[in-house]
Design a protein around this ligand. Structure first.
Ligand code: GDG
Length: 472
């Protein structure tokens, strides 16, 4: 029976040990939820790095056996591979370039050598289990070479690729010394998916200009193969957030928090620590709002959660220090004996607390400099079961293409952020409801299950069309 092989850098699982025994906790992340219905079925499998270095061969075998029970297959990476392939090439070259922060990129030859080596390691793991007729779906920017490597060994395989982060304009992409190899790698897929039309357009533009390939609408001709480039805006499990909103546990949390923040309008901000998320600029916007609106003193509060991420990398550590400083500065200038403008948390919270905050917040402030999609914006919308609340959303987030009833701002414009907060706080309830209702319909209709189904069905169609063309 034909199977589906999902491949991503990280496996959707957290591994811990209790009394020497391996404990596997499945991830609750959006991708894991969406693909859960796929990889858990039959003999389907998800291949990826288990998230930690495991050097002992006995331990590797033991972990592999445990993971197999969840249809997961590990690719073990050494500390140096993680450092050079993941932290190096993926996060110090691709991440900054793809998020339009080109001056942050460091083009090290050794990063590239390891990027090839690790993509090959993934290829070997796939070849060990792939059979004719299988469908292989590769996820994200850490594995851009993999579709091409697979195509060379499995010329007839059905290969899909989806990129979760933006694809930059040609002018940015061309800066990468290994740009041609990267494009050829991606083009090994039969179907290439992005969150937005602009990402897809940028990718096609780079293929035409750097490889001189012919493109017609959303199809690129690669030698004798037709490769389709399509837009699949990723959704969330909206039902999960809707039902969490009405559980007793979450409602209790909401009560506790509401009591704590009595008479204070709450603005919520949630991100991983990352320079692409526009956290400093957001704080400057909030500062300006307080400056322009003295009435907000003791009446408005910003709850800001930053989830630790990559903070051993100097660039991220520096950002964290800058955030600490700016938050301290704003709080010191505006706080009163009984009130602070910013409640800043540098850690992650259990999903129930997150759901309670989505419920409590009058405003959700999402202002990345660049973001492939941004699922926080959609989770806030899905959680608003009473249709009140206002979303302020950066026009640079993929989500802004769908959630057009948000207040959409340029994240570089502190004045615009300040004005948007003011507008959101002043917005009448009927208008809030009108906007939230239409956004909730979109989030419900184009949820993560729809995303998975549509991608898989399109890949199936593309393959069938290719085969019927060959038969002619
Ligand atoms: C990449 C792209 C694209 C956050 N804090 C906590 C927590 N979270 C969860 C949120 C949300 C997820 O993390 C963050 O997702 P985003 O989409 O906002 O951002 P990235 O991590 O950068 O994801 C992005 C995405 O891939 C999917 O394609 O949208 O553009 O950059 O789900 O809920 N979860 C828990 N505690 C927290 O404190 N449990």
């Amino acid at each position: 029976m034909r199977k589906t092989i999902i491949v991503s850098n990280r496996l959707p699982v957290k591994i811990t040990r209790k009394n020497g025994e391996i404990v596997l906790t499945p991830s609750e992340g959006g991708l894991a939820t969406g693909l859960g219905s796929v990889y858990r079925e039959g003999n389907n499998v998800w291949i990826g790095w288990p998230g930690q270095e495991v050097t002992d061969v006995m331990e590797q075998t033991e972990l592999k056996t445990e993971l197999a029970k969840l249809n997961l297959l590990p690719v073990y990476l050494t500390a140096e591979e993680i450092n050079q392939f993941y932290e190096g090439f993926s996060n110090e070259i691709l991440w900054p370039i793809f998020h339009y922060m080109s001056t942050y990129a460091r083009y090290e030859q050794s990063y590239w050598d390891f990027y090839i080596r690790v993509n090959e390691k993934f290829k070997e793991a796939i070849l060990a289990v792939a059979e004719p007729g299988d469908v292989i779906w590769v996820q994200d920017y850490q594995l851009l070479l993999l579709p091409g490597m697979l195509r060379a060994d499995l010329p007839d395989a059905s290969i899909g690729f989806f990129q979760h982060i933006p694809f930059p304009s040609y002018e940015l992409f061309r800066l990468i010394p290994w740009r041609v190899e990267l494009l050829n790698g991606i083009l090994g897929a039969d179907l290439i998916g992005f969150h937005t039309f602009d990402d897809a357009r940028h990718f096609i533009g780079s293929c035409v200009r750097l490889l001189a390939y012919h493109a017609s609408a959303n199809t690129i001709t690669v030698n004798d193969r037709s490769v389709m480039v399509e837009t699949f805006p990723m959704g969330i499990d909206n039902r999960k957030f809707e039902s969490l909103s009405s559980t007793a546990g979450v409602q209790n949390q909401v009560q506790v928090l509401a009591k704590r923040f009595q008479d204070i309008r709450i603005i919520l901000s949630i991100d991983r620590l990352d320079y692409s998320k526009g956290i400093l600029q957001r704080l400057q916007g909030f500062d300006l709002f307080l400056q322009n609106n003295p009435w907000a003193i003791e009446k408005v509060g910003l709850a800001m959660i930053i989830v630790p991420s990559r903070d051993t990398v100097p660039r991220y550590k520096e950002l964290r220090d800058q955030i600490d400083q700016l938050v301290g500065n704003i709080n010191a200038r505006y706080r009163t004996m009984g009130w602070s403008p910013i409640h800043y948390f540098y850690r992650s919270f259990p999903l129930e607390i997150l759901a309670a905050l989505y419920n409590l917040a009058d405003i959700c402030l999402v202002t990345p400099m660049r973001d492939g999609m941004n699922l926080v914006a959609k989770e806030y919308v899905a959680s608003r079961i009473h249709n009140n609340g206002v979303l302020i959303l950066s026009e640079m987030a993929g989500a802004s293409k769908e959630l057009i009833d948000a207040i959409v701002v340029n994240p570089n414009d502190a004045n615009a952020i300040a004005a948007a907060i003011d507008e959101a706080l002043e917005m009448s309830l009927p208008e809030q409801q009108h906007r939230m209702k239409s956004m909730r319909q979109i989030v419900a209709k184009f949820n993560v299950h729809h995303w998975v189904k549509l991608f898989m069905a399109t890949l199936d169609d593309v393959k069938k069309t290719q085969q019927s063309m060959l038969a002619r």
